[in-house]
Design a protein around this ligand. Structure first.
Ligand code: GRF
Length: 223
């Protein structure tokens, strides 16, 4: 029996707020058999998120919980938990989910919730990372996948990719270069988790049973 459970694809719920290109990367990875899990539902806090259409096109349940219909963050997150639990996910993937989470929510899913962030953490936590990287005159920028913890964009980092900042870059060109790498590292980390290779033990990232001393940096040629 144990062996059979090990082969079952892990149920995943993806939370989104907007465009959904990272969701698309996860959907594409699943379609090609490279995700190791199955996306059971996509939930958006914004009714007009393009991500919802991407989910529907892939035949995945797309749900909306409009945060404007709920009085406060606590009631929104409680409603979100209730909806998520219908799908009994083993993993929550935040794919451009632009809402702060309550500590109750983070606590509930701690160790099984991943986020993709457009910077090489701990640099540039928060919003507008590309603008800030350009303003700081950074030579490199990039993206990170991390476990979600109570402090925003400060959870244990798993996997990162770096891109050069070019002399004539503007926000759009830099964001596009970073996004390409996001679409590689997010499905990769999700797959590691689904395969049971990636775990958070005592607040430390473990890959294949070994604690990481630093996040894995994806080379240009892949791992
Ligand atoms: C991405 O840059 C992601 O890193 C950040 O929000 C953006 C979402 O883009 N958290 P998309 O909705 O996945 O296209």
């Amino acid at each position: 029996m144990t062996g059979q459970f090990a082969r079952d694809p892990l149920p995943i719920v993806v939370l989104v707020s907007g465009r959904g290109s990272n969701l698309q990367a996860l959907l594409d990875a699943e379609a090609s058999g490279a995700l190791g899990g199955t996306i059971r539902a996509v939930i958006s806090n914004r009714p007009c998120a393009r991500a919802l259409e991407r989910a529907r096109r892939a035949g995945v349940v797309a749900e909306i919980i409009d945060h404007e219909n709920l009085p406060d963050r606590e009631s929104f997150d409680r409603e979100l938990i209730a909806r998520i639990e219908i799908y009994r996910p083993g993993l929550i993937a935040l794919a451009g989910y632009m809402r702060l989470l309550t500590s109750e929510f983070v606590h509930r899913y701690y160790g099984r919730m991943l986020n993709i962030h457009p910077s090489v953490l701990p640099e540039f936590r928060g919003l507008h990372t590309h603008e800030r990287a350009l303003a700081a005159g950074a030579k490199h920028h990039g993206c990170s996948v991390h476990f979600v913890s109570k402090e925003v964009d400060a959870g244990p980092v798993i996997l990162q990719a770096r891109v050069p900042v070019l002399p004539d870059d503007d926000t759009d060109s830099l964001a596009a270069r970073v996004l390409q790498r996001e679409h590689v590292i997010f499905p990769m980390a999700v797959r590691w988790f689904c395969e049971g290779r990636l775990r958070l033990i005592d607040d430390r990232v473990h890959l294949d049973g070994v604690p990481l001393t630093q996040p894995i940096m994806l080379g240009d040629d892949g791992l």
